[in-house]
Design a protein around this ligand. Structure first.
Ligand code: ADE
Ligand code: ZN
Length: 333
């Protein structure tokens, strides 16, 4: 077996954690089509093929428009269960043993869907994942940063009675022009309520958004963070503080953050000693789940076995699992 075959074999077999996955972004065209019929919700596509051919994005905003339209087919608790269960079957297939899932309550409550319908559907599928397959999980609730801070407090309020299910809050959606400081008070309140915090930063936005996520939002992880290499002092700080960066290579190519995978800066980040790992972000829209992200990136960037092992180890080290569980999985890599 040559070296690449060894690496692919390792990726397929090793237990992995995923830390950056939007559950709405795992809505495959087939399920979107099925739910649009089941719920009699119109979508602007006549077939699964037409949906797939619409997935050509020029930046984050052009993707988000289609992503929010797709989410409109999700109405009932059963829909959120089915959506999550399909993702769990992908986890099983990719040997993901632990996953930390984002959901966007505001893209549902704004359409009149109850917060409880969304969280209960997701949570039931995650409980079944644990009892059927032993897969563990955490749920992170994201605020949509293109909206104002005020209405987010209402969402936070709704989350309080689900503290047993939601471990933390995050910040996603359109990054440029929606800086972290817009949500400083919201995140302070969330922390007081006992939620951990994370934020998308430095996906398209400048290094300052990463600084402000650390300093103002007190985040434990930065989602994406690939723009950090534009600021040496920031790189030093991220390294010193061991801040995880949840990088999503296929997403970055689909959204034109890098022109091609060969140009991605993941290997540079690894070589600088940053705590990076690979994730799939919105796999139904970006062409691949976790193993495909790892395999394609390994090929394009010529990663060696040590690089891949570090990426997988970082996924567990950076998770919100307890120390015992982390060490247990780290011992199996
Ligand atoms: N919501 C879903 N995917 C996202 C991404 N890649 N960036 C920001 N918000 C998102
Ligand atoms: Zn994301």
């Amino acid at each position: 077996m040559n070296n690449l075959d060894n690496i692919i074999n390792f990726i397929n077999k090793v237990p992995k954690a995923e830390l950056h996955l939007h559950i709405e972004g795992s809505l495959e065209p087939e399920l979107m089509f099925k739910l649009s019929k089941r719920n009699k919700v119109e979508i602007p596509f006549k077939s699964v093929e037409e949906i797939k051919s619409a997935y050509n994005f020029k930046n984050l905003d052009s993707f988000l428009k289609i992503y929010y339209e797709g989410s409109n087919v999700l109405i009932t608790e059963e829909d959120f269960f089915d959506l999550t269960w399909e993702y769990i079957l992908r986890c099983k297939n990719d040997n993901i043993v632990h996953t930390e899932i984002f959901f966007d309550p505001q893209s549902h409550t704004e359409r009149g869907i109850e917060f409880d319908v969304v969280i209960n559907g997701i949570n039931k599928a995650l409980k079944k994942a644990n009892s059927d397959f032993g897969i563990t999980s955490k749920i992170i609730m994201c605020f949509l940063r293109h909206l104002d801070e005020d209405p987010c407090f209402e969402v936070l309020n709704q989350a309080l009675k689900h503290k047993d299910k939601i471990i933390g809050v995050g910040l996603d959606s359109s990054e440029k022009g929606n800086p972290p400081q817009k949500f400083k008070k919201l995140f302070e309140t969330a922390i007081q309520e006992g939620f951990l915090t994370v934020a998308h930063a430095g996906e398209e936005g400048p290094p300052e958004y990463i600084w402000d996520s650390l300093n103002l939002l007190k985040v434990k992880r930065i989602d994406h963070g690939v723009q950090c290499l534009r600021d040496d002092k920031l790189v030093e700080t991220l390294k010193q503080k061991n801040i995880p960066l949840t990088v999503c290579p296929l997403s970055n190519i689909k959204l034109c953050v890098f022109e091609k995978l060969e140009n991605h800066n993941l290997k540079k980040m690894l070589d600088k000693g940053l705590r990076v790992m690979v994730n799939s972000d919105d796999p139904a829209y970006f062409g691949g789940y976790l193993n495909k992200n790892l395999i394609e990136t390994s090929k394009a960037l010529n990663l060696n076995m040590v690089d891949v092992r570090v990426l997988i180890e970082n996924s567990f080290k950076s998770s919100f699992l307890d120390e015992n569980s982390k060490n247990n999985w780290l011992g199996k890599i």
